[in-house]
Design a protein around this ligand. Structure first.
Ligand code: ATR
Length: 269
């Protein structure tokens, strides 16, 4: 039996143990997956203890994704681009740091929502960790353009400059947005405060998929705003399940089915 866990602070609310237990049962993988509460000043020690006890991998959540990035002995390209690690794999004395959040988002949009990113115009709202984590996987899909817009404009500029200059990657002010996009992704923390980023409703058209990385039992304020202006909406529950599936694949080299797990989680919200 191989041991895995999700580590964070707080951690009690995490749905990851549920998700991975279902993946393991479905693929007949012999593993356990627990919740690990690390003290705010004790991430390193907690990870070392877990590895010392033979643990094979960790999911890392708030507030430790940057510490996990710093701690990893090897980083995937997508972890490097994200500047954060949500998946650690312990193998042959090495600590591989990966980040599956962006691929989770892209898989949820392309496969589950059935909306191609290739050739489409994409607006990414926000320039914090959540936004940074999804840029490289979005660029890999070859959108027609990817516009980053943030309340604090300078942060959007700094974020874009981390990536190779390319004509499809642009930065805009909230106030300057005036055209409709095919896909609008809310990666700001505004929903946490029941707020909506102050953008023009003209970014939404009937063809638009408005995606909020947050999720809940009801549509977020961003989703309500987008719905009022004719867009199709989706919340981040699918991203949660797909990033978990990608982590499972990183550890086990087996791809679990996500549709049934997604439906069960949705019914329980
Ligand atoms: P996360 O890791 O969730 O991305 P973060 O790094 O603190 O958290 O980034 C929060 C993001 O949400 C930022 O882009 C922030 O905008 P600023 O850079 O201007 O602070 C954005 N944000 C938070 N509250 C917001 C609000 N009420 N309206 C619009 N944007 C908001």
């Amino acid at each position: 039996t191989d041991h895995y866990a999700v580590i964070g602070n707080p951690i009690a609310h995490s749905k990851s143990p549920d998700i991975h237990a279902r993946f393991a049962a479905q693929t007949q993988q012999d593993l356990t997956y627990d919740r690990l509460l690390a003290p705010l000043d004790g991430f390193l020690a907690s990870v070392q203890k877990f590895v010392g006890n033979g643990g094979k991998g960790l999911n890392v959540t708030v507030p430790f994704k940057l510490e996990a990035y710093a701690m990893a002995s090897r980083l995937s390209e997508r972890a490097r681009a994200a500047g954060a690690v949500n998946t650690l794999k312990f193998e042959n004395g090495e600590m591989l740091g990966d980040n599956t959040d962006g691929v989770g988002l892209v898989t949820d949009i392309v496969r589950n929502a059935g909306v191609a990113v290739a050739g489409k115009t994409v607006l990414l709202l926000g320039a914090g960790g959540a936004a940074r984590g999804v840029i490289l996987p979005l660029l890999h899909e070859k959108p027609a353009k990817l516009v980053i817009a943030n309340r604090t404009h300078a942060k959007a500029v700094d974020l874009a400059e981390r990536f190779a200059p390319q004509p499809i990657l642009e930065v805009s002010d909230f106030g300057a947005l005036d055209d409709a996009f095919d896909i609008v992704i809310n990666a700001t923390a505004a929903s946490l405060a029941s707020e909506v980023p102050p953008i023009s409703p003209r970014v939404f058209a009937k063809r638009t998929l408005a995606y909020d990385m947050m999720y809940g039992s009801a549509p977020t304020p961003f989703m309500q705003f987008a719905l009022e202006h004719g867009a199709t909406v989706r919340d981040g529950l699918g991203m949660l399940v797909e990033q978990a599936a990608e982590s499972f694949y990183v550890w086990r080299n087996v791809r679990p089915e996500t549709a049934a797990v997604f439906k069960e989680l949705r019914d329980k919200l």
